[in-house]
Design a protein around this ligand. Structure first.
Ligand SMILES: C[S@@+](CC[C@H](N)C(=O)[O-])C[C@H]1O[C@@H](n2cnc3c(N)ncnc32)[C@H](O)[C@@H]1O
Length: 216
């Protein structure tokens, strides 16, 4: 069902046979995560002087975005409460092989922790891995940042359409942001129709564009 693959920057990604798609850009998994989610999402709120940031990730997957966020909150001394949703947790044999943070036992401890329960990874970072389908998930709190890391629209069309995105918009705090690697025209038009103000940013590597959507 899932296979380990090395992307062009040397970092691993996973190939999902179920969705016939990679979890990250094959040109650079780590590069993409840092650029799209950390720099364009988390830092946006840090730059606006937020000291406690709530993050929701659609598609927890390998936990790469979650752990990078933990590392940044330690480095920048900001608090983060993180929630990541996932229907199909990555197999433990693959998680054990990932080359992201080889010397950090906290990465394995995050993966071994119980789902659907909030845990502290440190004094600054708490997280909850939710084993559920985002389509039917009832958001029980509001967030400052959404890392929108679903498989591409050609794999999972419904995840890029208005009914789900209205629910996500409603789950954002005022001035909250959604960041994603996808910059398809129809997706951008739909986000604007929900009330977002859109910023087109340079994508990771050679990718021309990515999106930051701000709840005005
Ligand atoms: C592009 S990958 C995410 C990669 C992940 N952020 C990482 O860093 O490894 C998309 C993820 O969304 C999950 N997914 C697919 N459909 C979902 C749904 N309806 N609800 C929740 N998760 C879903 C997949 O199983 C997959 O792990």
């Amino acid at each position: 069902m899932q296979e380990l693959v090395t992307s062009q920057d040397g970092s691993h990604t996973v190939f999902s046979q179920k969705y016939n798609a990679h979890y990250h850009s094959i040109y650079g998994a780590l590069e993409e995560s840092i650029h799209v989610f950390i720099i364009s999402g988390l830092y946006y709120k840090v730059r606006h002087h937020y000291k406690h940031i709530s993050v929701f990730e659609m598609g927890f997957g390998t936990g790469l975005n979650a752990f990078l966020t933990y590392q940044e909150c330690e480095r920048l001394n900001v608090r983060v409460s993180y929630t990541g949703i996932e229907t199909d947790p990555v197999d433990s044999t693959i998680l054990d092989e990932l080359n992201y943070f080889p010397d950090d036992p906290l990465f394995s401890s995050m993966h071994q922790s119980v789902w659907d329960t909030r845990h502290d990874l440190s004094d600054l970072f708490d997280y909850k891995k939710v084993n559920a389908d985002v389509m039917t998930y009832d958001f029980d709190q509001k967030y400052d940042v959404i890392y929108y890391d679903a498989f591409a629209p050609q794999c999972q069309g419904q995840l890029w359409e208005a009914p789900l995105h209205q629910k996500i918009y409603d789950a954002l705090n005022p001035y909250g942001v959604l960041v994603t690697y996808c910059a398809k025209g129809a997706f951008k038009r739909m986000l604007r129709s929900l009330g977002y103000k859109l910023e087109s940013l340079n994508g990771p590597g050679k990718k021309r564009e990515m999106i930051r959507a701000i709840k005005a």
